[in-house]
Design a protein around this ligand. Structure first.
Ligand code: HEC
Length: 132
């Protein structure tokens, strides 16, 4: 665990602006996990979108649709998907579950939740940075 904290401290020290570092992480995460449906430029036109029965929304107009303010909490909750209201049976994967499951091995539920939150938040920062 100690090495992990040291690595995190080094990463923080190396990043002059945490927001930017988070955003870069978010971009990598986005291109890996989301672009297949939402599209490389988040216009809702990824290769898998054509195969789904329902429309995949673009993600660059979230601020516009919310009166010009990027809806941070709503977006976080939609991506997380574990809140029962949002999870209501759409094809959108429940990322909160996936991220915690893949991090359980790191050190139990608390570590898993922390890692999952970090990944979700970096995605939210990235999406905020690409609003039209
Ligand atoms: C299998 C295809 C698929 C993948 C992969 C996917 N999504 Fe989605 N996403 C959807 C669909 C379909 C919707 C709209 C219906 C719904 O909410 O289930 C949606 C909705 C959303 C919304 C809500 C948009 C709005 O207008 O309110 C956000 C935000 C979002 N996705 C972000 C992401 C992020 C971030 C990732 C990657 C971690 C991701 N999605 C991966 C299919 C996908």
């Amino acid at each position: 665990m100690r090495w992990l904290m040291t690595a995190a401290a080094l990463a923080l020290a190396a990043a002059p602006n945490l927001g930017v570092a988070q955003q870069d992480l978010g971009e990598v995460e986005y291109q890996t996990a989301c672009a297949v449906c939402h599209g490389e430029s988040a216009l809702g036109n990824g290769p898998l979108a054509a195969l789904l029965k329902i429309n995949v929304p673009g993600l660059t107009g979230l601020a516009k649709a919310n009166g010009g303010v990027f809806p941070v909490m709503e977006t976080l909750q939609k991506i997380d998907g574990r809140s029962p209201l949002q999870a209501h049976g759409g094809p959108m994967p429940v990322w909160g579950d996936r991220y915690t499951a893949s991090a359980e091995a790191l050190g139990g539920p608390f570590a898993a939740e922390t890692v999952a939150r970090g990944r979700l938040l970096s995605l939210v920062y990235y999406l905020e940075s690409i609003q039209e």
